[in-house]
Design a protein around this ligand. Structure first.
Ligand code: GLU
Length: 395
């Protein structure tokens, strides 16, 4: 049964969804978010290495199956504070940032060691909210992570807590993970939590709380089920997980809230789902990530400029190709790298919109040139495409 069929089953029976195949087995590009409360022992402030090893064994198994895996890991503040003598009281923002700087290096080291057991190379990526929102940085982040994945590495991502001040801070890695999912067109996001999904009420307080195996729309009722954020290490709780679901689903990425309280929680997800999916809550999108990204581009605000292209380029685009500098005959307007531009034929027909990989000034310099000549024209090696096909929406 595919995602859509599962949806029908829920609405017609109201019963727990039974997936023919566990949704996680359909993942091609998966993000797993690991929270501090699971990763770091509350009493010793140390990383729970046995547990982390078991998660990374699961990650290695996914990689062997050809799945791209990205880890978004919290825990820098929780691990770092002890080393600065910052325990036993709430921390000020700058103390948290200092603790994160101390903890992040230990966190990265732990991931490197544990994945090295499987000969997997780890890459550390630290992002701020701005990096995921600003189009130019968004494209850079996307290209870097794509490249790491292509080269077989596992990126381990956290918020860049040192520079992220209150107003520009995610503060929780649930939403950061969802933004990363959107940025790299991931199809599956797993939020590992201390609870096995969403309940109609807080199960610790309400004995009638019912577990929801599948959510197909993040309605105000669903949001109301999230309740209050918890105390302790976790900065998120259910509130930020639902916010993350909204972002992920809009980006065409299915998302699960999964209990990570056991060993090998990702492997368990694959078998448990076969038995009814009770171990987690799946949030299902209505379209895949490719379609959602193109919709996002198509629906974006006014284009900042226009690229006029020749007939050959127009045909290449219609066949699903990228726009290369060689096919560009004119550049109108003033735009920056990553801005949205319109693509028009010389006859005056607008055929596409897309996120451009060059500023207007650079685009003028390389228009009509072959990709191999870009470096000679600019003095630096840019991207081969003027607009990559993933960043184009036709029509
Ligand atoms: N970036 C913070 C850290 O690594 C965690 C944010 C969160 O708890 O989600 O400690």
């Amino acid at each position: 049964m595919n995602d859509a069929a599962a949806r029908t089953e829920i609405s017609s029976t109201g019963a727990a969804a039974v997936f023919d195949v566990p949704p996680v087995t359909q993942a091609k590009r998966l993000i797993v978010k690991i929270g501090s409360a699971l990763l770091v022992d509350g009493a010793t402030h140390r990383i729970r290495r046995d547990w982390l090893d078991s998660v990374c064994d699961d990650v290695a198994a996914l990689r062997r199956r050809g799945v791209d895996v990205v880890i978004v890991s919290s825990g820098a503040v929780a691990v770092g504070r002890e080393h600065l003598g910052l325990v036993g009281r709430p921390l000020k923002l700058e103390e948290k940032q200092a603790a994160a700087a101390t903890g992040q290096i230990r966190l990265a080291h732990a991931y490197q060691e544990t994945l090295a057991r499987h000969d997997i190379t780890v890459a550390q990526v630290l992002l701020t909210l701005d990096d995921t929102e600003d189009r130019r940085r968004h494209l850079n982040g996307r290209a870097t992570i794509e490249t790491l994945l292509k080269l077989g590495a596992v990126p381990v991502i956290n918020e860049n807590d040192t520079v992220a001040t209150a107003e520009i801070r995610f503060g929780d890695n649930d939403r950061l993970a969802a933004r990363v999912a959107q940025m790299i067109s991931a199809d599956t996001l797993i939020l590992m939590s201390d609870i096995d999904g969403l309940y109609t009420a807080d199960p610790r307080k309400d004995p009638n709380a019912r577990h929801l195996p599948v959510v197909t729309e993040v309605t105000p009722e669903i949001e109301a089920m999230a309740g209050e954020p918890p105390a302790g290490y976790s900065s998120g709780g259910m509130v930020t997980k639902i916010a993350a679901a909204r972002i992920a689903v809009a980006a065409g990425c299915r998302m699960a809230i999964v209990s990570g309280k056991r060993m090998n929680p990702l492997a368990a997800l694959e078998t448990a789902a076969e038995q009814g999916g009770a171990l987690c809550t799946w949030f299902l999108p209505s379209a895949g990530p490719g379609t959602a990204r193109k919709r996002w581009i198509a629906g974006s605000l006014k284009p900042a400029g226009t690229l006029v292209v020749d007939e050959g380029a127009a045909q290449a685009l219609a066949r699903g190709g990228s726009l290369l500098p060689a096919g560009v005959r004119g550049v109108e307007g003033d735009f920056q790298r990553g801005d949205l531009v319109a693509v028009r034929t010389q006859a005056g027909r607008v055929i596409a919109r897309g996120l451009v990989a060059y500023s207007a000034e650079d685009a003028r310099r390389i228009q009509g040139r072959r990709s191999a000549e870009i470096e000679a024209s600019l003095g630096w090696r840019g991207r081969d495409e003027m607009i990559h096909r993933d960043d184009l929406a036709l029509g």
